[in-house]
Design a protein around this ligand. Structure first.
Ligand code: AMP
Ligand code: TRP
Length: 331
């Protein structure tokens, strides 16, 4: 058994992954893969909390896997798999449902927002979604969960549930820590820089997809909302520009100060032109590799089949322990 600490994380195949997913999550995973034992999942069970066209869900799930690999997550070093291939996720979620409080779940921001908006499809899955997420993490005894800033509350719940279960039945789960990068863990929309860039938004100019053609990316950056102040400055009064500087910095590796001084006395036009280049160049290897991978479905199948086998082995071990502790008769 490896001595490395364990990481678990995932992306929902509900829409095409955005630059927000990439900079907030996937790019960090790449940096962590050598130091940790990593489980990177495509959380398809989570995706159906929102109605999905089955054939689109199938296609997108495979695309997300290819995007993980294209982003630099090496299948030889990590366990890559589909959540629905490991039934222990749904099984542990049930056990955890039974120690979850309605009140706490009702306070989860994502659920609250949807219910307040009067979402038509307010199904029970949406309500218990964070419990399934806790099950994902706890099954692998994860030490660390690298996610974007929007997942903090869900991580708190996972920790609470681990502690509650451990207290009630004896030490069973590792209590996971969240890993959020200090900077750029919340990429904002290009049209509405006050809310996060999201693949579920209606306005396609609001987000950059990890996979889209370069011209589209350039056009979206050109249209990104700025302000009338006219200074390339990282300031809360300029949320649009602040977000663009963040993207620039995350992809180029240049610091905020370097970027600010580079564009001192220049307008937004030049800054946006250069940013387009930074984004297009930064995503180029990912986009190229993705196109190659999608031509090789057999290879992808091999990866996810092997991934499910490895994941299942670890997950079932935890689940057996849990079932025994709650009092189920061992089979
Ligand atoms: P999701 O697309 O909701 O499955 O999110 C997958 C991962 O991407 C999670 O770790 C999120 O926190 C992260 N993420 C999603 N949107 C953003 C964003 N706009 N900025 C930073 N991270 C994000
Ligand atoms: N809820 C996460 C999101 O919306 C996706 C997710 C599901 C996840 N299970 C997870 C992330 C486990 C990290 C670990 O982004």
């Amino acid at each position: 058994m490896s001595e490395k600490k364990v990481i678990f994380s995932g992306v929902k195949p509900t829409g095409e992954p955005t630059l927000g997913n990439y900079l907030g999550a996937i790019k960090n995973w790449v940096a962590l893969q050598d130091e940790y034992e990593c489980y990177y999942c495509i959380v398809d069970l989570h995706a159906i909390t929102v109605p999905q066209e089955p054939k689109d869900l199938r296609r997108r799930s495979l695309e997300v896997l290819a995007q993980y690999i294209a982003s630099g997550i090496e299948p030889e070093k990590n366990t890559l798999f589909f959540q629905s291939h490991v039934s222990a996720h749904a099984e542990l979620a049930w056990v955890l449902d039974c120690i979850s409080y309605m009140g706490q779940l009702g306070r989860m921001t994502q659920y609250k927002e949807k219910s307040q908006k009067g979402e038509e499809n307010l199904n029970a899955g949406l309500f218990t979604y964070p419990v399934l997420m806790a099950a994902d993490i706890l099954l692998y005894q994860a030490d660390l969960v690298p996610v974007g800033d929007d997942q903090k509350q869900h991580l708190e719940l996972a920790r609470d549930l681990a502690i509650r279960f451990n207290n009630r039945y004896s030490e069973t789960f590792k209590v996971p820590d969240i890993y959020v990068s200090k900077f750029g863990s919340r990429i904002m929309g290009l049209q509405n820089p006050l809310s996060k860039m999201s693949k579920s938004g209606d306005d396609e100019n609001d987000y950059i997809l990890l996979i889209e053609d370069n011209d589209t990316t350039v056009r979206k950056i050109k249209r990104a909302v700025t302000d009338s102040i006219g200074l390339v400055k990282y300031s809360d009064e300029q949320p649009g520009i602040k977000n663009l500087i963040t993207i620039y910095s995350k992809l180029s590796g240049e610091s905020i100060e370097e970027i600010e001084s580079k564009y001192e006395g220049q307008g937004y036009g030049k800054f946006k032109t250069d940013l387009s280049e930074v984004v297009v160049e930064g995503l180029k290897p990912v986009r190229e590799k993705f196109a190659d991978l999608m031509k090789n479905k057999d290879y992808l199948e091999k990866i996810y089949t092997e991934g499910a086998k490895q994941a299942e082995y670890v997950a079932n071990k935890t689940l057996r322990k849990v079932y025994k502790k709650v009092g189920f008769i061992p089979r």
